[in-house]
Design a protein around this ligand. Structure first.
Ligand code: HEM
Length: 372
């Protein structure tokens, strides 16, 4: 536990992190701490007010009401229905790689797979997908205190544009309903006034961001880990039914898609954590990746081991904000690993072809493999 010179509190122990995520005195509702000026009428201020309506940035009872509606689209049964689509996409991408003999796991497999599933989920038209995905490079800068004025402006423009695209999808579904998530949310809004238009836009953008980027990183960094622990890959290839799920669990524990960052809360009152009082109104940064390697919780935490006895990792969080897309993320990652194991058991890493994202050492830009 660390009180930073920048003013926030950082929690890294498993028990402190798990307790913080379950503690109702730690709020996710940032609009309560830093309200957006309600009188500002420019496009970005409006977009910010919309974003603050997202259910992941709400506390109960608003969070409970919104999450219940959205949860219906993410039951295990609903996810199982997408399994065929995911398998088909993975196979197509692997076919393209096989034709060349090599495949970049980031740009030619994990990215196109997860972006397609995420875009289809919230109805982003295929023509906009690449630009939509690229615009996250810009919006990511909005939370970066070192961003230049120009980068901040690009981030603001990107957010306004993203909400415009999603707004068009919502309007299209209102005019022409389909059997999909957006239509379900629009109809919930129309029938009971339980969901406002801004709440729908914010929820869809959150789902898209969460679904696209994290799962992509879990798949590429996970395959890299498996190939760097060759004996474990060979074991998995020999018995995927027994080992795939454990492999996904261990990948998430060992290398979180946001290993270097935290999920954040702020205290609604003084809160005692392991004997230290965190004053009311403090920002608390919760380091899931660190907690997942806490030696007090795991034996030999720095060892990657897909046969580890099942333990509850904090990779998908805990408590009321537990990841709504966990079954979908796990299914996509497991399907990908399984298909590679079945079709290309002798896959190997191309020498020198692993490249980190220069801005983030926990992310990869390129992981090239040769397909036998
Ligand atoms: C490997 C992939 C993923 C990881 C590691 C991950 C991780 C997480 C974590 C740690 C949280 C809790 C954050 C907190 O308590 O502040 C969370 C929440 C959330 N995740 Fe995921 N996620 C993944 C994939 C997905 C997918 C595929 C979706 C959507 C389809 C998704 C949608 C969400 C949403 C909407 C929330 C907020 C839930 C709430 O506040 O009630 N995530 N995720």
């Amino acid at each position: 536990m660390h009180h930073s010179a920048y003013g926030y509190w950082l929690l890294t122990r498993y028990n402190d992190v798990a307790a913080a995520l379950r503690d109702p005195r730690l709020s996710s509702d940032w609009a309560r701490k830093r309200p957006v000026d309600p009188t500002a009428q420019d496009d970005f201020s409006h977009a910010q007010r919309v974003i603050f309506q997202s259910f992941n940035m709400k506390d109960p009872p608003t969070h409970t009401r919104l999450r219940k509606l959205i949860q219906q689209a993410f039951t295990r049964a609903a996810v199982d229905e997408q399994r065929g689509r995911v398998d088909a996409l993975v196979d197509d991408l692997l076919d393209a790689g096989a034709a060349k003999g090599a495949l970049d796991l980031v740009t030619e497999l994990a990215f196109p797979l997860t972006i397609t599933i995420a875009s289809e989920m919230i109805g982003i038209p295929s023509a906009e997908r690449d630009r939509f995905r690229a615009s996250f490079e810009d919006t990511e800068r909005l939370g970066d205190p070192t961003a230049s004025a120009e980068q901040r402006r690009a981030g603001q423009d990107a957010l306004v544009w993203q909400l415009g695209v999603i707004g068009d999808v919502v309007d299209a579904r209102r005019a022409d309903p389909r059997d999909d998530l957006v239509t379900a949310l629009v109809q919930a809004e129309e029938s009971g006034e339980t969901l406002t238009r801004d709440e729908i836009l914010a929820a869809l953008l959150t789902l898209y961001t969460a679904a696209g980027t994290t799962t992509e990183r879990m798949i590429s960094s996970g395959m890299l880990l498996l190939l760097r622990h060759r004996e474990q890959w060979d074991e998995l290839v020999a018995d995927p039914d027994r080992l795939v799920n454990g492999a996904i669990t261990e990948i998430l524990r060992f290398h979180h898609p946001n290993q270097q960052t935290t999920t954040n809360r702020f205290t609604l009152e003084d809160v005692d954590v392991s004997g230290v009082t965190i004053p009311s109104g403090s920002t608390v940064r919760v380091a899931l990746g660190a907690a997942n390697r806490d030696p007090a919780r795991w034996d030999d935490p720095e060892r990657f081991d897909i046969t580890r006895p099942e333990v509850v990792s904090l990779g998908f969080g805990q408590g009321i904000h537990f990841c709504i897309g966990a079954p979908l993320a796990r299914m996509q990652a497991a399907a990908t690993v399984r298909r590679i194991a079945e079709r290309f058991p002798a896959v190997w890493l191309a020498t020198g072809e692993v490249r980190h994202d220069p801005r983030r050492m926990d992310r990869y830009e390129r992981v090239l493999v040769e397909l036998a």
